[in-house]
Every structure is written in structure tokens, then in C-alpha cells.
Design a protein around this ligand. Sequence first.
Ligand code: PLP
Length: 402
Amino acid sequence: MDAEEIIRLEQRYVLGTYKRAPFVLERGEGAYLYDTRGRRYLDMVAGIAVNALGYGDAEILRAMTEQARRLMHVSNLYHTAPHALLARDLVECSFADRVFFCNSGTEANEAALKFARKWQRVNHPEQDRGEIIAFTGSFHGRTMGALSVTHREKYRAPFEPLLPGVRFLPYNDAEAARSSIGPRTGAVIVEPLQGEGGVNPATQEFMQALRTCCDEQGALLIFDEVQCGLGRTGTLWAYEAFGVTPDLMTLAKPLGGGLPLGATLLTERVASAIVPGDHGSTFAANPVICEVARVVLRRITAPGFLEDVRRRSARLEQRLRELQRRHRLVREVRGRGLIWGMELAVDAAPLAAAAYDHGLIVTSAGERVLRLVPPLVVSEEQIDEAAAIIDRLLTEAERAEV
Ligand SMILES: *Cc1c(COP(=O)(O)O)cnc(C)c1O
């Protein structure tokens, strides 16, 4: 079946919630994707920060096929070794004492909001602690609870009414946080580095203020590291850069090595409020996904891996700053590790679309930010290759403008 036919079927039968790129992908290898016409693309999206180890990783494939032959799904009514081992692995390398597994980022945030609610109900039964504080530019997911703490009007407005009691404060405004987090605040949810909102790193002062205010006011602090966690920012967890830890943290995108897996990590203090039946998931963290996730975690925490990410990060930052100096369309370059945004003077989507013809896959974040989230195993040569293509795209865009 040729590409036109597949695209026609898709457009005829699949609900139109996505505007997909005009080609059909068939296979991947490392940081490259290939379409049905045999065209190669350098992938600076990585399935939206999911494919940290790139495509076709031998160890992932081995873990997956071996476990699939043994046992694939039994539900969460029964014990399996991979599930317990993955939870232990996550606890041993993080602030957390306990793990709840689910299937996606939005579900991890739903769980975090529910656990925070329950903790407040158990610990402050007489108080109204219904307020949840979130921030401008935030993205936490598409289901009703996570959507309620997602800032973008376009995503929210058609689905109102959402959860009551949500307040949005300006991101990175420590003063606003100090004057607003109060005795009615049950939880504060924040991305240590905003992804979909345009690649915005938090400041040290802001993150510190959130921790201090939550402690003083008895609110729980939730870090959403669905996109920025697991090595993406150059440290295993993005929060490590700030020297503060959360009460709960959510993970997803890269955790399952391309299979759907989310997790909500908690301290024992928060976990003590949760009892059997409070929350659950039929599919979450089957033995196959857990074995793959253990490979992902082991590889990212292996000696030298994060040093390599930081070296590639320096190269990518250098290349993007060169582009900023050469092109008037580039307003700002910001990021950490291997998550970078180029804020443009024009919409980013047409530029991302034009990149396909040059064999490059990039995406936007918000309207005017071109986002680069390559596999963490991208090479320095591939970074140079991507920068050279973006250089040509910007030159073309500038020529078209005058
Ligand atoms: C992508 C994302 C989510 C939602 O994850 P899904 O798996 O698409 O539900 C939540 N939070 C952040 C920070 C994200 O980047």
C-alpha cells in the first residue's frame, strides 16, 4: 500500500485530533527515521521526548521479546517480578519512597492530584484545602484533571467546566508564589522545565520559593517531569539542578522506552494516606513494559551516559547560539541538556513543515518556538547536521520575508 493510500485511509477513518506530517514512517535506526518512499529523516523529536535511546536499541528489543514470550499481562491483582524490581529501581535513584504506575503522562498527573487531595483530606479533615496552584505556560495533559491545571486557553475552553479551585500564577515569579500559596492551598503542580509551553527552564529562586511556601503552608509540591525527567536536562531528574525535592513527581514519556508507561513517585509521608482501592489501572506497567523501563533506567544511570548528554548539550547550545547570531528571525535560544527551544519572530510550524523536505524532523512548542528534543544518544555529527539544515531553513524563511 503506498503512502497516498495510507494517508487517505487515515483521513477517512481516524478522528481528526492530529494534523499529521505528509509522509508515512516505516522504520527507525538510532536517530534516523525512514518513510515508505525510502526517505531518511534525522529525528530531533524522538516521538516527543520518548525515544531516549533512539530507534532499534538491541537491549530494549531483547528485554521486550524475552519477557513477552514469558508473560505479557496479568493486571495489577497479581505480583510479578519486573513490576516490583522497576519500582525499587526508581526509588533507589530518586527522592521517592513509593511508586504508582499508570500508562501516560496525563494519568500520572491525575494520580498525583488525587493522592494530594486524599492526603489533605486525611491530614486536614476540618479544613478546606481544595485549591490547586498551577502556572502560566503549563502543560500537564488532556484528561479532565490534568487539563484543569494546563494553562493554554485553546486546550481548556472547549471543555469547561473543569476542576474548580485551580489558580494560575505567573511561572518563575517567586514573589507571586509567596503571596498566593496559603492555608487553602492543597497542592502546587509545576514543571521544573516547561516543555509544551515553549521550553522554559525554572529559576532557582522560583523553585526554592515553591518548596519553602509549600512547607510553611502545608501544601504538597508536585513536580511534573513527564517531559524533562530521566536525563533530558542533563541530570537524571530536572529537580537536581535546584537542590529541592518534591512530595510527588510524575514521569512518563521516555520511561517505557517507546511503550506506554507513566509513574507517580511519592514520599512515604504522602503514601501513608493511600489505601487499597483509592486508585488503580488495569493495564499499567505490565511485565514487558517494566522490563523495558528497567533497561532505560539502567542505561541512563550508567557511568558516563549523563556526561555524554551534557557534552552533546554543549554542542547543541553552541550551534543554536551561532544560528541566533546569524539570523534575525531567531529571537531567543533557551533550554537545558537535550531539550532546546528557538523562539522565532514568526510561527514555528511552517518552518517545521519545510524541514521535512530537507530530511529533518523538528516540532514546535507553542506558536513561535521551534523545539529540539532528540534521542539522548544523538551524536555530535548529527547535531551539526540538524543545525546546518535549520540554518538553510532560516535563510529561506528570511529570503521569503523580504
Ligand atoms: C506530554 C506531557 C504530559 C502528558 O503526557 P501524555 O502521555 O501525553 O498524557 C504531561 N506533562 C508534561 C510536562 C508533558 O510534557
